[in-house]
Design a protein around this ligand. Structure first.
Ligand code: TXA
Ligand code: MG
Length: 331
């Protein structure tokens, strides 16, 4: 990847207004959300949306999430039902994405990659909120990283993750500090008869089920038309191999601990075994270890409940072996 000189700009009102102008003129802008940084494009501008796919080297069968400022704007973009309204009332603004039938014809078909559904989300981060209010258009935004690599949870990560403005990347990166949730939104498909959990994420399955009852699991990953095309097995991948359920580091391994039982000298997702803190630290700690001279990263077991489910989902995908390392795209 060529050197990236995209400006990282503290997200004050002037910078947000500039970013909104750039988005409306067709440029890409990276911006913070409470989950991860997004690579935004005006969702009604097909050429801009195409540039998002190109910048990320993202397969065009993998649809994007549209970000809007409030539930009313979401209801203009996609057809809501009672379940969607209940979830929106309970969790928006916040780290939840709803997949619903498309409604707004202005939104580029490329956004939903040929599906007749649209993924919508109202982010809670104040910078994302202000940006969406300024632009007045739905903003398509995948995580601001190369396809298959670790999502960025700080503005500085974006520079290492994407090409610069001169080679198809974002024109600017709005810096809103580190992401507080640190793991992507939960994706729930409400377009079929029963709600389906497509991706565990920042809102726990338990919290969603408390509002709308049981969630079904997605169809098998090898079925011909995956329900969530982005959920390939290998994803969120660092360059180094990951070994799960480790109790100690083997020679050459970095160790990523969880909770008070981890060795004192290990980098720890959360010393107090707090799953929210672990989620917020996950990607940036893996990123740090990935840049050090180790041969692999050994990760301690994280309990598979609450936010731990989303953490384990990302760790399992990151640990999938690859025939060749994604060093050229992810480093
Ligand atoms: O937290 C997040 O969701 C972040 C921030 C930037 O909002 N965005 C994000 O986007 O994680 P991305 O593109 O990295 O992941 C979007 C996921 C993919 O797994 C994609 O396949 C799925 O949402 N998706 C999008 N539209 C869909 C649709 N119409 N039907 C099923 N899955 C969809
Ligand atoms: Mg992503």
């Amino acid at each position: 990847m060529t050197e990236n000189r995209t400006p990282i700009v503290p997200a004050d009102s002037v910078a947000i207004a500039t970013a909104a102008k750039q988005l409306c003129e067709g440029s890409l802008v990276a911006f913070p959300t409470e989950t991860v940084y997004g690579l935004g494009a005006d969702a009604t501008n097909g050429e801009s949306v195409a540039r998002v796919f190109a910048a990320k080297q993202r397969p065009q069968f993998n649809p994007l999430i549209v970000h809007v400022k409030d539930t009313a704007a979401a209801e203009a973009a996609a057809r809501f039902n009672d379940t969607a309204r209940k979830l929106a009332d309970a969790f928006w603004p916040g780290p939840l994405t709803l997949v619903l039938p498309r409604l707004d014809d202005r939104i580029s078909l490329l956004v939903s990659a040929g599906l007749d559904t649209l993924a919508v989300r109202v982010p809670g981060h104040p910078v994302a909120q202000e940006l969406l209010a300024e632009t007045g258009v739905p903003v398509a935004a995948p995580s601001a990283n190369m396809a298959g690599c670790i999502s960025p949870t700080a503005a500085g990560h974006v520079v290492f993750s994407l090409p610069g403005a001169d080679t198809g990347g974002p024109g600017m990166i709005l810096d809103g500090g580190p992401c507080t949730v640190g793991i992507e939104s939960t994706v729930v498909d409400l377009s079929a008869a029963a709600p389906i959990l497509l991706r565990p994420g920042g809102i726990t399955t338990e919290d969603i089920e408390a509002v709308i009852g049981p969630l079904a699991q997605p169809s098998a990953p090898n079925s011909e038309v995956p329900k969530s095309p982005g959920m390939q097995d290998r994803h969120y991948a660092p360059v180094l191999p990951i070994r799960l359920d480790a109790t100690n580091a083997r020679p050459g391994e970095a160790f990523l601990g969880f909770g008070p039982k981890a060795p004192d000298d290990a980098i720890n997702l959360s010393l107090t075994a707090d799953l929210s803190e672990a989620a917020a630290n996950l990607f940036s700690m893996i990123r740090t270890l990935d840049g050090l001279p180790f041969e692999a990263i050994a990760v301690m077991t994280v309990p598979d409940q609450g936010l731990g489910r989303a953490i384990n989902d990302r760790l399992r995908r990151a640990a999938q072996p690859l025939p060749t390392k994604p060093k050229d795209v992810c480093s």
